[in-house]
Design a protein around this ligand. Structure first.
Ligand SMILES: Cc1ncc(COP(=O)(O)OP(=O)(O)O)c(N)n1
Ligand SMILES: Cc1nc(C(=O)O)sc1CCOP(=O)(O)O
Ligand SMILES: [Mg+2]
Length: 370
């Protein structure tokens, strides 16, 4: 045994005094290294959210998590942590797997750094159970929040790409016909030919069977076109009519519960009427959000309107695709685009027009790709 090795072994047995009992230096060393590792991993992912996704909400959440981790580990005395640190003689320092030096894309970068955070927080939990019970319980909560944020980051990235080219979303009813659906067929045909990105079947007067029949018709008319179609309100009918997605209001099925019903590739939109609801929708895993009502609507009446101010706040903070909705038409669409939103959902501006296809094209021409 060389002199250095001998010294290191003695150091590892050294005890530091802590509030509860003398703590072996080796335990402090593990805690110190794991706190650093978790914090570094969070910082990497935060940089991605801030500078690559440019998502103010997610980067703030990651920053908060990093600060909360530091606070939760506060009972582990910082001075003792430093004294126990001995990076030079860390036997694992030079043990690296090849994969640690390879990151093929952003996905693997985020996955590996979030895995680092989760493994390091778990290590903190286990080792602090030996001496700092409260740290273990607090850090466990941090680990769960890290899982949720990882999911929100991937969900945001996936849906930004899924809806990258989506700008105009049209809400239609079944055109008042209880059988036959000739008018519905002609309207959907016009909207698909115009290149509308999404069509939503929103009809509060039809029976379930009629909704599924109308939905199946829309499915057949949009199949193999770029137009996605969405069932309003109902996850079960979304599955039955083979819709691409479903849209929920604040009082309808939660994203979590809807996922138990939907097929894996069916997406979920959520209506939001405040910045808090928009943030919550991101955390809940919505695939896109509606933000409104922006203006007074001919389709649905509201006690108040959120104006373009909320749209502005949402798109400047949240990068999950957001469609402004409520009373938007060719006269006011520029007020929406002026605050940085290039996605709108409309009903009357298109459906009540003499030529719905042309009205849709006119609106789409006013929405520029980002
Ligand atoms: C794209 C989009 N945004 C918002 C809504 C409104 O949904 P909700 O609040 O559930 O109200 P109803 O449409 O069900 O009356 C929407 N349908 N689509
Ligand atoms: C159904 C609906 N929901 C809204 C919301 O803000 O949640 S606004 C709205 C009506 C959209 O139709 P139009 O374009 O005719 O105003
Ligand atoms: Mg609804």
């Amino acid at each position: 045994m060389g002199e250095n090795e001998k010294t290191r072994k003695i150091d590892a047995r050294q005890s530091y005094s802590t509030p509860k009992q003398p703590l072996n230096a080796a335990i402090l060393r593990v805690l110190d290294a794991s706190i650093n590792r978790a914090s570094e991993g969070l910082r990497v992912v935060e940089s991605f959210a801030r500078m690559v996704l440019e998502d103010g909400f997610l980067s703030a959440q990651l920053k908060q998590l990093r600060h909360d981790l530091a606070e939760s580990c506060g009972p582990i005395d910082a001075q003792c942590r430093l004294q126990s640190r001995d990076s030079e003689s860390d036997v694992g320092r030079d043990v690296k797997t090849e994969s640690e030096y390879q990151r093929s894309d952003f996905e693997s970068l985020i996955r590996s750094n979030m895995a680092r955070v989760q493994q390091a927080t778990r290590t903190i939990e286990e080792f602090s159970k030996l001496n700092f019970g409260s740290v273990a319980t607090d850090v466990e909560q941090i680990r769960y929040r890290a899982y949720t944020l990882e999911k929100a980051i991937f969900n945001t990235a996936i849906n930004r790409s899924r809806f990258e080219e989506s700008h105009l979303y049209v809400l239609i009813d079944a055109c008042g016909q209880r059988s036959g659906f000739e008018q519905l067929s002609s309207l959907v045909g016009d909207l698909v030919a115009a290149g509308v990105d999404l069509i939503q079947l929103r009809d509060k007067s039809l029976t379930d069977r009629e909704l599924v029949a109308a939905g199946k018709l829309i499915a057949s008319l949009t199949q193999e076109t770029k137009t996605l179609w969405v069932m309003n309100d109902r996850a079960d009918l979304c599955v039955a009519a083979n819709a691409d997605g479903v849209h929920f209001g604040q009082d309808e099925l939660s994203v979590h519960d809807a996922r138990m019903i939907l097929r894996p590739n069916q997406f979920i939109g959520v209506s939001t009427h405040s910045i808090e609801q928009a943030r919550q929708a991101v955390i809940d895993g919505a695939d896109y959000i509606g933000v409104g009502p922006v203006f007074e609507s001919q389709t649905k009446s509201f006690d108040s309107h959120v104006g373009v101010e909320l749209v502005s706040s949402v798109v400047s903070e949240i990068s999950l695709p957001a469609f402004a909705i409520g009373g938007i038409d060719s006269n006011n669409v520029e007020q929406v685009t002026a605050v940085g939103c290039q996605r709108i959902a409309v009903s009357s501006a298109v459906c009540k027009a003499n030529e719905p296809g042309n009205a849709a094209i006119n609106l789409m021409n006013r929405l520029s790709p980002e």
